[in-house]
Design a binder for this molecule. Structure first.
Ligand code: CP
Length: 326
């Protein structure tokens, strides 16, 4: 077990080695069990996590805040719009100053071609660890919860299990591509065969694709790309289908919406789920566009694990907090 995670940042999924991720999940399962038993676990008493949001959140905010309280510390919510961050506090100032107030700084900044840079600028200036609550490139804490959920449902040995990471249609807004990018980086390290499925215009970042191929090669997993939702679903053990924007093709919201609207048939429904293995699970990080991105029948059906997945945000993040912030 690799245990020297104190003070470490988690910005990219690959910042922690596979062995370090295993340590995080080991601690997460222990803390999940303790919470189930009502056993106090104040590992971070008197510690404070600053949680800086540039975008709205339900699960991420609530699970980090609850997690810090359960660990005996405090999560301080900071809204960029109601602080001087919106009037000119620079990333360096935020790193220098909040790094002195807080024992950890967690940030959600998803602006295209900026969010990840911002997190790294803060981290360079901060004496406390910086944790990524989602940027334009990665959503590593979501991915840790996803991995934990898959292992709970499919067993710890995931070698040869197929996950399809599929684009799905949504009408609400052009969502970040951080979730699929994190998934294709992390899952091959645990032996999963990854099929990435998307309409041609919805490609992911080329450097992330190269990194994912490298991880698959290194860990002896398959990695393939298809442009057909049904082909992607075929024989999958895990169906993870969500929308993301076509930012690699256009960053214009009107043109992006027009591209998105070409693919309204990319909805996860019972007919497509039947192409996967009979015991396949359906996953989504939420929020989803109901009956647009996925039918309510699937979302609320027996194959859906979305609520267990959302719960595991709490436990997986507590694992990271407990290991990095003491
Ligand atoms: N999955 C996720 O990050 O949810 P929120 O946007 O509600 O935090």
């Amino acid at each position: 077990m690799i245990t020297n995670l104190r003070g470490r940042d988690l910005i990219c999924d690959l910042d922690f080695t596979k062995e370090e991720v295993e340590t995080v999940l080991d601690v997460a399962w222990d803390l999940k069990r303790k919470r189930a038993l009502g056993e106090p676990h104040p590992l971070l008493r008197d510690k404070v996590l600053g949680m800086l949001f540039f975008f709205s959140s339900t699960r991420t905010r609530c699970s980090f805040e609850a997690g810090m309280a359960q660990l005996g510390g405090h999560g301080a919510f900071i809204d960029s719009r109601t602080t001087q961050v919106s009037h000119g506090d620079t990333a360096r100032e935020i790193g220098e100053i909040l790094g002195r107030y807080f024992d950890g700084i967690a940030i959600r900044q998803c602006d295209w071609n900026y969010g990840n840079k911002y997190l790294n600028w803060v981290a360079e200036a901060s004496r406390s660890p910086v944790l990524n609550m989602q940027c334009d490139k990665y959503h590593p804490h979501q991915c840790l919860a996803d991995l934990m959920t898959i292992q709970e449902k499919k067993g710890k040995n995931l070698r040869g299990k197929k996950i399809v990471v599929s684009w799905a249609y949504a009408s609400s807004y052009l969502k970040p591509m951080s979730v699929p990018q994190s998934l294709i980086l992390q899952m091959p390290r645990f032996g999963m065969d990854v099929t990435l499925s998307y309409p041609e215009e919805f490609l992911l970042m080329p450097d992330i694709m190269e990194m994912a191929e490298e991880q698959a090669r290194k860990y002896g997993a398959k990695f393939e790309v298809v442009h057909d939702m049904e082909a992607g679903f075929a024989d999958a053990d895990v169906v993870y289908a969500k929308s993301w924007g076509p930012m690699m093709t256009t960053t214009d919201p009107v043109a992006g919406k027009a591209l998105q609207d070409k693919y309204k048939s990319w909805i996860t429904d019972a007919r497509k789920m039947a192409l996967a293995k009979p015991d396949a699970i359906y996953m989504h990080p939420l929020p989803a566009d109901r009956d647009i991105e996925v039918t309510s029948e699937v979302m609320d059906g027996p194959q859906s694990v979305v609520f267990d997945q959302a719960e595991n945000r709490l436990h997986a993040q507590k694992g990271v907090l407990a290991l990095t912030m003491w």
